[in-house]
Design a binder for this molecule. Structure first.
Ligand SMILES: NC(=O)c1ccc[n+]([C@@H]2O[C@H](COP(=O)([O-])OP(=O)(O)OC[C@H]3O[C@@H](n4cnc5c(N)ncnc54)[C@H](O)[C@@H]3O)[C@@H](O)[C@H]2O)c1
Length: 398
């Protein structure tokens, strides 16, 4: 049975690398290293096969998926030449299924990056109708029996006063009033949930986090989860901070400095777009180490690094006898190669939840996100246990 996967931001690095990876696995070119769903006990779940995923998506740039993958290969050798050659035709085919999206309230940088987008004159209601019809066309033409929508588009500025959309009625009234405060991610999310398509938000953007959209997902019993994939520095923090807490060591300051060179980095140069990312990254330490003295995260755009992200963290802490000590680490990650397997995992787990009628938020997916909606637990191993418990529960019941 084929599963449709609709990626918003289909021509970006995360989306392209997810598609390269899925097709390379399907063709037996690479193994599944990095995929959580390929590890016990999660393997016991009845998940869709990777070669059964059919991709399509929205974007606002004309650079093709193949060109994005080619550029990533040339800039950082990820993916490898042989892998890219093996899936080149597949990428061309997928790219024909990418349609123009909306950059409604995505900020100045995304406006500048975009080559095309749904017309600014269109009302919010028109834009949503168009997105729903794009999802629909794809399902019909590709003859898939389910559609999962994944947001992997550039980070938007944070929404103003999210509390004004606390109920579904508030959100739908905002649509009627053509409320231009609603960012694109909320429109893509509404269009997915209202027609029963599971929705995953891999970005820090608002997506389905608004009270009104959570209500919609609950009412229609549609699985959804976000936000902001936990792939690098924050992943390390959420594994390391519990150690300081567990040994009763007082963290006086934790200073994290990230430098990266891809388009994501370029978009995050703008303070408005960076605000959401900094907030999802910052919350992790405050939650695990509530008494932390000083906690700061910086993200800087360093064009020559391409898709490689370096994080340098400096932790100053105090132990017994008022002894002050320091720890430093450097993380050098290929951003999209870390993100892509998690996107594939999330698609498979969203399909599983949908098939089992488990709509609404998916707390067992917390370990995948920097700011898991509805989950206060930020300790990585505790979050992972929720996934393992979920797998074991199904193992016993199914
Ligand atoms: N490790 C990671 O790479 C990682 C981890 C966590 C979160 N993220 C998030 O994933 C997202 C994608 O990252 P990336 O490195 O692929 O960025 P990217 O800039 O390479 O790709 C983003 C794509 O989204 C498109 N886009 C922007 N606004 C759009 C809109 N409104 N509708 C449709 N398409 C739109 C852009 O044209 C671009 O093709 C970012 O929000 C990033 O913060 C990435």
């Amino acid at each position: 049975m084929a599963t449709g996967v609709w990626i918003v931001g289909a021509r970006g690095n995360v989306a392209s690398m997810s598609m390269v990876g899925a097709r390379a696995i399907a063709r037996g070119e690479i193994d599944t290293t990095g995929m959580v769903t390929e590890r016990d006990p999660v393997t016991s779940l009845d998940l869709p096969d990777i070669d059964q995923l059919v991709f399509g998506g929205h974007d606002v740039r004309t650079q093709s998926i193949e060109q994005t993958a080619q550029a990533a290969h040339e800039a950082g050798s990820v993916p490898k030449r042989e892998t890219l050659e093996a899936v080149r035709e597949d990428l061309r085919e997928i790219d024909e299924r990418v349609t123009i999206g909306t950059a409604q309230r995505c900020g100045r940088v995304v406006e500048e990056l975009s080559d095309e987008q749904a017309t600014e004159e269109a009302t919010i209601r028109d834009v949503i109708s168009q997105i729903r019809s794009d999802y629909d066309d794809f399902v019909r033409k590709q003859n898939v029996d389910r559609l999962v929508v994944v947001n992997a588009a550039s980070t938007e500025p944070m929404i103003e006063s999210p509390e004004q959309y606390e109920t579904l009625a508030d959100f739908e009234t905002a649509i009627e009033n053509d409320d231009r405060n609603l960012p694109a991610s909320t429109l893509y999310a509404y269009a997915a949930l209202v027609d029963g398509h599971p929705y995953i938000n891999f970005t820090p953007s608002t997506g389905s986090a608004l009270g009104g959209l959570r209500e919609l997902a609950d009412t229609r019993n549609v699985p959804h989860m976000g936000r902001d994939g936990k792939t690098g520095e924050t992943l390390v923090k959420s594994a390391l901070a519990p150690m300081f807490a567990g040994r009763n060591l007082r963290v006086l300051s934790w200073e994290g400095h990230n430098i990266l060179g891809n388009t994501d980095g370029q978009v995050l140069e703008d303070d408005a777009n960076a605000a959401g990312k900094l907030s999802t990254k910052g919350d992790v330490l405050e939650s695990i180490l509530p008494e932390i003295g000083h906690n700061r995260v910086r993200i800087d755009y360093t064009p020559s690094l391409g898709d490689w992200k370096t994080a340098w963290d400096h932790i100053h802490f105090e132990g017994f006898l008022e002894t002050e000590m320091k720890m430093q680490f450097t993380w050098d990650g290929s951003d999209s190669a870390l993100a892509a397997p998690l996107v594939l995992d999330l698609i498979r787990l969203a399909v599983h939840a949908d098939e089992h009628g488990e709509g609404g938020l998916q707390p067992h997916l917390a370990s995948f996100f920097k700011a898991p909606i509805g989950v206060d637990e930020h300790d990585f191993s505790q979050q992972l246990n929720r996934l393992y418990d979920y797998a074991e529960r199904h193992n016993q019941v199914d």
